[in-house]
Each structure stands twice: as structure tokens, then as C-alpha cells.
Ligand binder design. Structure first.
Ligand SMILES: Cc1cc2nc3c(=O)[nH]c(=O)nc-3n(C[C@H](O)[C@H](O)[C@H](O)COP(=O)(O)OP(=O)(O)OC[C@H]3O[C@@H](n4cnc5c(N)ncnc54)[C@H](O)[C@@H]3O)c2cc1C
Length: 416
């Protein structure tokens, strides 16, 4: 069933009783050409592009919970392509372009809102770093704009410009950046993949990876053994656990990241704003809630919840940037498990094991990467060839000494 104005009217006239489920609930077949582990944004997008772009027919996504129960439904929904390093920027810009055509492509309203992302700077050194980043973006053909204090004051009068310790001097703006409705992205890819015949199997936990003569032949799951020709891992925060099933020790640590939403307000913040004096970012959802977050909790964990010390820290940063926030009530907070890589950049790669492919290392930033990650992972699995924009994202970069350290923080996952 295609979604359209016509289908809304038609279904309304019949009491909305004839909508079809957005995807089927199939039982697993004994064998698939490709199995993807993880029904998050990346796993679902990979399955969709495998079927649509590369013509594969016999594909399954195995999800241990329900589709979208992981980070894809827990993030703060920011999409942008304002990276500096050539290992990252072309990849994220490819993603941005896919975002711009996604809703039409999937026939699903992902509520993409290109409202502009502004990174604030508070000192000369930070301004110079943003100038460099902006220039690097322009070199890849991606527009960026440096805003001075006067321009910012006009756009965002509610910011604390004269904070004694962190006065705001200006910001770097990417106008095409913004937000998208996170779970709609998961649902859109799921529905579109299902329409192309992909089996989306929920409540199916992968518990083991079977290998014969060094080659992957299938997975043990809570629904029994399922054979496969190729196996793609897109388990985000659980990557190291799933990797262990194939004796892979990966350069990934899992950390908790929390996020928060306030009561609904009238339109107040019409950009995505990030604080340069700490790690804080905020935007307003279409429902009116202010959605914000800060840093990871700082210790390794697989729990989808964080601690109160970080809650306090995030609130302090928010109020330092926007004093008026202290008057708003927070409705909810939650956490997700982040697959933090050693250099803060993702991995889309073959592995030392035949027929086993890896997609992970998304740190804080994997939501914006969803379409490009799916496309490039599908390209790799289907053709056994790295997509050109993902050519620097291989697992062996750590052995070869080619990390992509966007933040310059060194080989320490919790600092990226
Ligand atoms: C609070 C928070 C805020 C964030 N904000 C942003 C942001 O603003 N912008 C941005 O770009 N990124 C953001 N991110 C990061 C982004 O959400 C993630 O990087 C991205 O969603 C990860 O990819 P995914 O969607 O495939 O992951 P997930 O949705 O986590 O998918 C992985 C799936 O694998 C499943 N799985 C794991 N193990 C198994 C198994 N053994 N068997 C079967 N299934 C398994 C899990 O259940 C899960 O559903 C944020 C993350 C969090 C937690």
C-alpha cells in the first residue's frame, strides 16, 4: 500500500479499518543469502539497499527486541555533514544527500527538517578551528557559514552571550543540517525493505555464529539455527558482544549516552545549537519539547540507562548556554549504548573471517549516517568492494596506522 493524500482520504472514509500492517511478521526460513544482525537504522537501511540497489532477493534482518528499540529510536535526531577530515566528510555528505531524497524514496514521512546546525565558539582558538572546519567542508563542496556575535545575537537572542567564563563570540552554521524523526526513519526503512521481500524477524536474538573451515555458514538464534551465505553485523552498542561470537576482538568500547526532553513549549528554538564550551546540544521537536543531551557517562556499560551525575552535568551546561532553560520542566530522560571506536570514526568493513562483514563504531553520530551507512554496507556485502566514500572506514586502518581522529583526542574511545 502506497501512502498518499488519496490513501488517507480513502481510509478515512472507511473508518480507518483497512490500513495494512507496515510490515509482515514472517517466521525465519532455514537459509538466507544475506543475514543482517540488528534491526536498528543501519541494519534496516542495509537490507533495503541490498534489495533495491543491488537486486538481492533472499535477505533477513534479525532483531533481538522490536525494530527500532535500540539507538535509532533513542537519539536526539540531529543530522549534519559538517566534518573536517577527508576520511569522514565525503561519507557524511553522501548521507546528507540521501537524507534529502529519503522521504520520496521510502514513501514515508521522516520529518526531515533542515533548520540549520550552529556550533558556538567562545574563544579565538575555537573560532580558528571552526574556520578550518568550514573551509574543509567547502573543499568538499559543502556550504558552511561563519557567524559573528552580532549575527548570532539577532538569530538566537536567548543565548547567554556574556557568560563571564564562556562569552559567545560566534558560530559555524551548516544550513542544510537539522533533524529527522528518528523512529520514522526506522519504520520507513523497515516498511520499504519489507515491500522488497526482506524478512524482518523480531524477537530473534543471535546467540552464536557458526563457522565451518573458517567460513561463516549461519547463526544460532533464539528461534533456532539459520543458515546464510553472508553475515553482516550492525549491532551498534552490542557489537563487541556479537563480534566475540566469531572470536573477533574489536576496537570498540560500549558507553552509555543519555538524552532528555522537556514539556512542550511554543516554538522557541528554531535551529540545532551546540555549545562550544562543553558538550551540549539542543533542538525543539515538532511536538514542542526541547530535546537535548551532552556527553557519554564515561564508564563502559551495556545498560540502556545512565547515572544522575551526568544528568546534573548536562543540566548545568544547558543552563549556562540558555539561562531560561532553568524554568522548563524535563519530562523524560533515557539512555542508549554507544559503540565508541578508538578514533571516534565508524567502521564499514570486511573482517578477517570470510563472509563476515562489520558495521559499527558510530559513537554519538550514527543517526545522521544511517542512509550512507546502509548504502555503503550493502555495496560492500553485495560486491565485496568498498564504496568510494567509505574507503577510509576499514577495520584494518588501526593496524595500518591510519586512524580518522576527527577530534584529535587520541586512541581513547571515551574522549571522542
Ligand atoms: C541518547 C543518544 C543520542 C544520540 N544522538 C544522536 C544525534 O543527535 N545524531 C546522530 O547522528 N546520532 C546520534 N546518536 C547515535 C545514533 O543513535 C547511533 O549511532 C545509531 O542509531 C546506531 O546505529 P543503529 O541505528 O543501527 O543502532 P541500534 O538502533 O542500536 O541498532 C542495533 C540493533 O541491534 C540489535 N542487536 C544487538 N545485539 C543483537 C543480537 N545479538 N541479536 C539480534 N539483534 C541484536 C539491538 O537490539 C538494536 O536494535 C545518539 C545516540 C543516543 C543513545
Amino acid at each position: 500500500m502506497r501512502y498518499s493524500a488519496f490513501s488517507i482520504v480513502k481510509n478515512a472514509l472507511s473508518g480507518n479499518l483497512n490500513w495494512k500492517p507496515a510490515w509482515r511478521q514472517p517466521e525465519p526460513k532455514p537459509f538466507y543469502d544475506v543475514i543482517i544482525v540488528g534491526g536498528g537504522g543501519h541494519g534496516l537501511a542495509t537490507a533495503y539497499y541490498l534489495a533495491r540497489e543491488f537486486g538481492l532477493k533472499n535477505i533477513a534482518v534479525l532483531e533481538k527486541g522490536y525494530l527500532g528499540s535500540g539507538n535509532v529510536g533513542r537519539n536526539t535526531t540531529i543530522v549534519r555533514s559538517n566534518y573536517m577530515l577527508s576520511g569522514n566528510e565525503p561519507f557524511y555528505e553522501f548521507s546528507m544527500k540521501l537524507w534529502e531524497g529519503m522521504e520520496r524514496d521510502l514513501n514515508y514521512n521522516a520529518m526531515l527538517s533542515q533548520r540549520g546546525v550552529i556550533n558556538l565558539y567562545h574563544n579565538d582558538g575555537q573560532r580558528d578551528a571552526y574556520v578550518r572546519r568550514g573551509n574543509a567542508m567547502w573543499m568538499e563542496g559543502v556550504p558552511a557559514e561563519l557567524l559573528d556575535r552580532a549575527a548570532l545575537q539577532k538569530m538566537l537572542p536567548f543565548l547567554n552571550f556574556d557568560h563571564a567564563r564562556f562569552p559567545i563570540m560566534g558560530g559555524l552554521l551548516q544550513k542544510r543540517g537539522g533533524t529527522a524523526r528518528h523512529d520514522a526513519v526506522a519504520w520507513g526503512y523497515a516498511r520499504a525493505a519489507d515491500r522488497l521481500g526482506v524478512d524482518l524477524i523480531q524477537n530473534c536474538e543471535v546467540t552464536g555464529i557458526r563457522r565451518e573451515n573458517g567460513v561463516v555458514t549461519g547463526v544460532e538464534t533464539s528461534k533456532g539455527f539459520i543458515g546464510c551465505g553472508k553475515l553482516g553485523l550492525a549491532a551498534a552498542g552490542n557489537t563487541s558482544r556479537v563480534g566475540e561470537m566469531a572470536d573477533l576482538k574489536l576496537p570498540i568500547e560500549s558507553h552509555v549516552l543519555q538524552a532528555f526532553v522537556t514539556e512542550g513549549l511554543k516554538p522557541a528554538i528554531d535551529h540545532v545549537i551546540t555549545y562550544g564550551a562543553g558538550h551540549f546540544y539542543i533542538s525543539q521537536s515538532d511536538k514542542g519539547g526541547l530535546v537535548f543531551g551532552g556527553e557519554i557517562d564515561g564508564y563502559n556499560s551495556y545498560a540502556q540507562r545512565g547515572n544522575l551525575a551526568t544528568v546534573e552535568h548536562v543540566m548545568e551546561e544547558g543552563v549556562a548556554m540558555i539561562p531560561g532553560l532553568s524554568r522548563v520542566r524535563v519530562l523524560r530522560s533515557w539512555g542508549g549504548v554507544m559503540d565508541m571506536s578508538m578514533d571516534g570514526s565508524p567502521i564499514i568493513s570486511q573482517t578477517p573471517i570470510d563472509n563476515l562483514y562489520l558495521n559499527c563504531g558510530w559513537c554519538y553520530g550514527g543517526f545522521k549516517a544511517t542512509p550512507a551507512s546502509g548504502w555503503c554496507f550493502a555495496h560492500l556485502i553485495a560486491k565485496d568492494e568498498t564504496h568510494p566514500v567509505a574507503r577510509f572506514l576499514r577495520l584494518d586502518r588501526f593496524e595500518r596506522g591510519y586512524p580518522i581522529d576527527e577530534r584529535g583526542a587520541g586512541p581513547q574511545p571515551n574522549l571522542h
